[in-house]
Design a protein around this ligand. Structure first.
Ligand code: MRU
Length: 369
């Protein structure tokens, strides 16, 4: 998508072909900085410190990180070490495992000399696939937005609520939840987005608002607790969120707070859709509540806020009494019964095991735990 008229992706191979460039998401919205990753360690830190984040982008970064590792050492031992350290970088997003499995499977039968080139080809393939899949998600989701727009008075905006950042910064391009929004906006449908700020790390405030603003999409930032009130007063037509891991039965793990929005949507009979590439489906599990590992992050993300001071410096300040104990759960699970539908690259699918199996027959045959 565009940043001040210049098309960008969130990750790309540097011209030197031996390093990777990413947009440093820890600096946004205050500074647009490109971070260069040259080693496996750089890729692991970029994922764990959320320089890059969002399930699909984590997967793509892991694949490029594998390539960087193979440039240094392409032995069997190095391959295992690269897999393990990238896999440990963030526990919840299943695209990470998907990308690593895909890369390692392709390399195993090759000689060490051939591995770096193959890892690079796989990383590029994963990145291109992500862009294409998000485009498909956008096309399917656009139908929902057009249908709502058709029931409104001419010129009246379709109000869409979104949580966290499931935008192009969370993917390689387009985003998952934002792809239908960008397509609707680009095709002239009036849209307005309610952007949940998404504490503790404020991905909505700092990333979604930044993205939408740079593309020109009308939006309003809201505190996380506001969505229910807006729904009660007819100011939300549709909720679109992303997913970090979806079970084979359609339970959706996503950024903490997603579940509360789904509950509020159900109570107000509003459509609550989850946009996801099929690489986000974990076919090995059924029960989201008990089988998805929920990442717990450092308490400072909750006890401090970071922002820009009037003199331009970016600083973090504490907002709690000294010594306050903090619990920082990064994700929650929305049970399938609260999900109106899953918008995938193969169309809009009911959040159920049978509907997912029909849409992805080649994936659904493996065993579930
Ligand atoms: O912790 P993050 O910022 O990596 O979490 C990302 C999310 O949960 C997003 O909401 C997104 O929906 C998943 S990725 C498209």
């Amino acid at each position: 998508m565009n940043v001040d008229g210049v098309p960008y992706r969130s990750i790309w191979l540097n011209d030197n072909r031996i390093s990777i460039d990413v947009i440093d998401q820890t600096r946004l919205p205050h500074e647009f900085q490109i971070r260069n990753l040259t080693t496996l360690g750089d890729a692991c830190v970029a994922i764990s410190d959320m320089v890059v984040r969002g399930a699909p982008l984590i997967g793509a970064t892991a694949a490029y990180g594998f390539y960087l590792a193979m440039l240094q050492d392409a032995s069997d031992t190095a391959m295992d070490a690269a897999y393990d350290s990238l896999y440990a970088a963030r526990p919840t997003a299943v695209n990470l495992r998907w990308a690593l499995d895909r890369t390692r499977t392709g390399l195993e039968s090759l000689t060490p000399d051939e591995r770096a080139a193959c890892a690079l080809a796989t990383a590029r393939e994963i990145a291109e696939l992500d862009v294409d899949i998000n485009r498909q998600i956008g096309r399917h989701g656009l139908r929902l937005i057009s249908d709502i727009a058709a029931r409104k008075a001419p010129g009246e905006a379709v109000n869409i609520l979104t949580h966290c950042n499931a935008g192009w910064l969370a993917t390689v391009d387009w985003g998952t939840a934002t792809a239908p929004i960008y397509m609707a906006f680009d095709s002239g449908i009036p849209v307005h987005v309610w952007v949940d700020e998404t504490r503790p790390r404020n991905q909505g405030a700092s990333l979604t608002a930044w993205e939408l603003g740079h593309h020109g999409v009308p939006h309003s930032l809201i505190a996380d607790n506001t969505g229910g009130h807006l729904m009660q007063h007819g100011q939300v037509d549709l909720c679109l969120v992303g997913s970090d891991r979806t079970t084979r039965s359609g339970d959706v793990c996503n950024k903490i707070g997603t579940y509360l929005k789904a509950l509020a949507a159900k109570d107000n009979a509003l459509p609550f859709y989850v946009c996801l590439p099929s690489s986000t489906i974990d076919w090995s599990i059924r029960d989201g509540l008990n089988q998805v590992p929920i990442e717990q992050r450092d308490g400072s993300e909750v006890s401090q806020v970071t922002g820009r001071l009037p003199d331009g410096r970016i600083e973090s300040v504490s907002i709690v009494p000294p010594g306050t104990r903090v619990a920082n759960y990064a994700f929650d699970v929305t049970p399938a019964r609260l999900v109106t539908g899953l918008i995938t690259e193969r169309g809009i699918v009911a959040a159920s095991e049978s509907a997912l199996a029909r849409a992805f027959p080649e994936e659904s045959t493996g065993p579930a735990a």
